[in-house]
Design a protein around this ligand. Structure first.
Ligand code: G1P
Length: 298
């Protein structure tokens, strides 16, 4: 049986973004920009490329700027039109979402990623769905979710993006206990969220892209708190294995940036800047200068 089409995606965006204070005091983290596009736009573009048609945002208090961002901006658009700025109007087009294609659900209490995903359960119903964590920005061609959707057509079940991380980083991730390694795909024996240092079953970490069966939502309903006292998505996915549904780890091709951290955000800014033809030369010259001046000083 061919798996059903994945047409809905959940974007958990309720976090307070405390690592980016004071900026996030008034600006949602997902609106912070990599070059000239907010983080969330990268996630939306990746989802669209993968065939997603319905976008579900799990938000919280103070995220109004996100809703405005995806709305039409009649005054701005009229202004650009009257000045004949068709190139800028075109840029705005990618930010407009059709009415009905986007839905917002509030997570009223910060009880963890698993709880955030469960908040969207009524909008998902009984079909497979994707989850995208916008903090994980992935530069790939095709995009990571598209790669996963294609692979999922063969496997069905549940699929998480994954990549190898250094030993010392394992306590920051969901970690996969590998049953069988098939190269760019592994079958998962179990998963553990944020294992204590030295106890991780492997170095294969879960990265923020998931394709999940609706059974995960049922498991989330019965989920007690896990790592960090939060309801963990990882635990509900691991439960699917006990319920005899397959879970796969997918080693995507592409570069992932942890834009939930300042260092990762800076690295992504530089990497995306170097990709832009209009910025590339100036940025490269600047970076070479900085590095050589530092090198000479040391
Ligand atoms: C979340 C997930 C974790 C995953 C990580 C990837 O953790 O709970 O399993 O490895 O995203 O970025 P967070 O970074 O939100 O603590």
């Amino acid at each position: 049986m061919t798996p059903r089409k994945v047409s809905k995606a959940i974007f958990p965006v309720a976090g307070l973004g405390t690592r980016f204070l004071p900026a996030t005091k008034s600006v949602p983290k997902e609106i912070m920009t990599l070059i000239d596009r907010p983080l969330i736009q990268y996630a939306i573009d990746e989802a669209r490329e993968a065939g997603i048609e319905e976008f579900i945002f799990v938000t919280s208090r103070g995220k109004g700027a996100l809703e405005d961002y995806f709305d039409e901006a009649p005054v701005l658009e009229a202004n650009l039109k009257s000045k004949g700025k068709t190139d800028l109007l075109k840029i705005l087009e990618s930010t407009n979402m059709d009415s009905g294609a986007i839905a917002y659900v509030r997570q009223t209490r910060a009880l963890g990623l698993g709880h955030a995903v469960a908040c969207a359960r009524r909008l998902i119903g009984d079909e497979p769905f994707a989850v995208i964590l916008p903090d994980d920005v992935i530069q790939g061609d095709p995009g990571c979710l598209k790669q996963m959707v294609d692979a999922y057509q063969e496997t069905g079940g549940n699929m998480v993006a994954s990549m190898e991380v250094p030993d010392e980083a394992t306590p920051s991730y969901g970690i996969i206990d590998v049953k069988e390694d098939m190269g760019n795909m592994v079958s998962v024996a179990s998963m553990v969220e944020k294992p204590k240092a030295g106890t991780a079953p492997s170095n294969l970490a879960v990265i923020g892209r998931y394709i999940l069966s609706p059974n995960v939502l049922k498991s989330l309903d019965g989920q007690t708190t896990g790592a960090g006292g939060e309801i963990q998505l990882t635990d509900a996915i691991a439960e699917q294995i006990l319920l005899h549904d397959d879970v796969y780890g997918f080693r995507f091709s592409g570069q992932r940036y942890d834009c939930g951290s300042k260092a990762g955000f800076l690295q992504a800014t530089v990497a995306f800047g170097l990709e832009r033809p209009e910025l590339r030369d100036e940025l490269r010259a600047f970076l070479e200068d900085v590095v050589s001046v530092r090198g000479a000083a040391e």
